[in-house]
Write a protein that binds this ligand. Sequence first.
Ligand code: F6R
Length: 247
Amino acid sequence: MEVLVLPTPADVARRAAEVVIDGLTAARRTEPVLGLATGSSPVGLYAELAAAVRAGRLDLGHARGFALDEYVGLRVGHPQSYREVLLREVCGPLGLPVDRLHVPDGSGRDEDELVAGAAEYERLIADAGGIDVQILGIGANGHLGFNEPGSALSSRTRVKRLSDRTRHDNARFFDGIDDVPTHCVTQGLGTVLDARRLVLVASGAGKADAVAAALEGPLSASCPASVLQWHADATAVLDEAAAAGLR
Ligand code: F6R
């Protein structure tokens, strides 16, 4: 894995954008496929990619985007559903056509529908020719996507229960902890590993322990992001605070 440590979150966003653009260019596909994380970590990176689109250095008009995950049970159009977040933060600013954005379906009425939706999501990724570049953040507990500690390293897209830690961490996006969904549909760790290039962005001291465990700890389900060590083309772009626990 390549590890890039930069002074500030703004530097992380700029450098990560170059790694993403380089990966999409190297893919040489007429319809490149970008894997999309949500949350705070990639916000600056998306802003840099939007600037590259405006400057004519990147064109996502024929690309496809696949979200990493989605909450289960939020009403259609809920501003914190990851579909809505990506419509706001990616489709508009980056010129990714709305009908080319794919998000796991968290609207199933029962487990059977959710399981069928997850299998369909895997089919959609395969039909698109796989993901060329997957953007990733990391949870403070080492989760990747919403693959919480204990997730199978070869898992595929499926329904997962969110840990209390993750629900607390994400309560800042909602009116309170009670409004945070308890379940999600997430790409599996095996799904993530199938992407041709992985780009992890992490900033801030709150991520330092998780980053150290993921990048230098044992490859283990107790730190799902440690699967990054397994990938042939993974780059971690960190600010100094997030890298502070590295040896
Ligand atoms: C989001 C996702 C999560 C986040 C992680 C970090 O799609 O899959 O793994 O990347 O929870 O979240 P932030 O960036 O908000 O600290």
